[in-house]
Write a protein that binds this ligand. Sequence first.
Ligand code: GLA
Length: 332
Amino acid sequence: MSGGAVFAPARVNLIGEHTDYSGGLVLPVAIDLGTTVTWQPLDGLVRVRSLAFGDAVEIGADGSGAAPGWGRYVAAVVVLLHEHGRLSVGIDAVVSSTVPIGSGLSSSAALTVSLALALCRAASFELDPLDLARLMQAAERRAAGVPCGLMDPACVLLARRGHALLLDCGSEEYRHVRLPAGIAIVAIDSGVRHALEHSGYAERRAEVERGEPRRLRHVASENERVRRVVSALEDGGLDALGPLFRAGHDSLRDDFEVSTPELDLLVDLAYEHGALAARMTGGGFGGSIVALADAAGADALAAAIVAVYHERTGREGRFFVCESVDGAAARP
Ligand code: GLA
């Protein structure tokens, strides 16, 4: 093995939020932001240098040894792959990423999946993409203590360019839903990173498991919205998307209580500026919104939203007019 490079994309979720860990429906899209791992073989060790953090971690190729900070992700991936039969082949790797960390665009799944694929290739080891996705779900939990669902690693691995991924997180059946031509997917990062992100997420999951009525009402209504969004995309009824995304956002704000005033403002501004549809995306407690807009005017629309957002809050929002891309498993 002479080394190589692996790219894993980030994702935006179109709809189906906080539904994955109770076996519901999700509809994410892999986007052209992502994480690249460039690697060379190395004897007995996994050494990973991060261009974002500027430091390196080093552990045994079987996952032995401790790695603090972001290195916990590296250790979790190496240990779990080792437990699932990957031979202890080392790599010397450099990680670079265009995904803003903590923006709700799944920077951590892009990291774990790109690392995992590099480690698998170095050891000529292959896992079915859904098995690998489940393993990376476990890696997130092990590294960060977040009891997340399957959506992010599944999307990062299984997505298809020009499509959203409709995944039933209960049966794990999936199919690709074609995205309409001429519509851009815009992610706008609120720049807010809440300390509650991890504990709040775990609390919501526990509340769903305990059967709290308002939380369950969100999950049930959200699953129905995913079905309707898929129908609208497939039947060309794009006018339905605005009210469905609006209802999804309101449900996350009022019934699920994971939105923030900044996300609420960005969503309102998106509709006021003529977006076809907009809602918060990802786990919430900060992070990003997703908006759908006419491709021709998407840059101007997003720039206008971010400018008003800055005027009203003093915060620097950042926007990305995204291309949909293939998941990492589709690459050679
Ligand atoms: C985070 C988690 C996902 C999912 C979303 C909310 O992104 O990693 O598993 O639960 O939040 O939909």
